[in-house]
Design a protein around this ligand. Structure first.
Ligand code: URA
Length: 257
């Protein structure tokens, strides 16, 4: 095995461990390339057709966004929406995730924060923003007198962790949008805080957080403040002064609202 093969095998193994694999199911490895394919089953003779054969009926094409829209709209409350997401089978991310990451905080709080997607810690715990970025988010909120146990509700655009924390694909965002919109309607916050580019894409239809941040806009009929993502602030501490200005703007809005 050359070193490239070795490193990709180790990375593949690490990813499986990450997904929760903790045992092998056979004592010895099986080389699937050496296993002969199963013999074809004998086909029973078809009965003679009495009438002209009809054209094959094409399998109905499922539109995952339409399915999501129907499921999301049918949810009458947040528990119903969580159940609808758990039952949704059209997003590949679900198969690689350990947990559905639905929300944290206080439903009905005045502030709803919309993040991007769960990372490893969130996937493990089934709660959004519990890793390093989440700890920074908690500090940012505390600085203006808010906290997730009393005054903030938190969710993400995607409820399942993308493999290796890759960026969400446009079709994944599109599938999850109906759930997110319903989530906002059911949680009924007064204001939205949209953190990061992918969340802006999902709620505002545009990216460019450096330009968007700090200006109040409207999303889903609510005042919404785009802000830098805490993970970005961890990598770019110089941007914390902009985040502080945005937090003060949020605080003023809540005071005057
Ligand atoms: N980043 C997010 O956008 N959401 C989380 O829940 C964690 C990290």
């Amino acid at each position: 095995m050359d070193s490239v093969e070795y490193h990709s095998a180790v990375a593949a193994l690490a990813w499986q461990i990450e997904l929760g694999v903790d045992e092998c199911i056979a004592d010895a490895p099986v080389n699937r390339y050496d296993v002969p394919p199963p013999a074809p089953k004998p086909v029973a003779a078809a009965p003679l057709a009495r009438s002209a054969p009809t054209a094959p009926v094409p399998m109905a094409e499922v539109d995952p966004v339409a399915v999501a829209r129907v499921a999301a709209e049918a949810a009458q409350d947040l528990d119903g929406l969580r159940a609808a997401l758990a039952a949704y089978e059209h997003c590949e991310l679900k198969r690689g995730a350990r947990n559905l990451v639905f929300s944290d905080g206080v439903p009905g709080a005045r502030v709803m924060i919309v993040g991007e997607a769960p990372g490893r810690d969130e996937d493990r715990e089934g709660r959004p923003f519990v890793g390093r970025a989440g700890q920074l988010l908690d500090k940012m909120l505390a600085a203006i007198g808010l906290d997730r146990d009393r005054s903030v509700y938190i969710t993400n655009v995607l409820p399942w962790r993308p493999p290796q924390n890759r960026d969400p694909k446009p079709e994944e965002i599109a599938m999850m949008e109906p759930f997110l919109h319903r989530h906002i309607a059911l949680a009924a916050p007064e204001v939205l805080v949209i953190v990061g580019n992918h969340s802006c894409q999902a709620l505002l239809g545009k990216r460019g957080i450096t330009r968007l941040r700090g200006d109040w806009v409207e999303a889903q009929g609510k005042p919404a403040l785009p802000m830098f993502h805490p993970a970005y602030l961890l990598r770019n501490p110089a941007a914390k002064k902009d985040a502080w200005a945005d937090l003060l703007s949020l605080k003023a809005r809540l005071r005057d609202g």
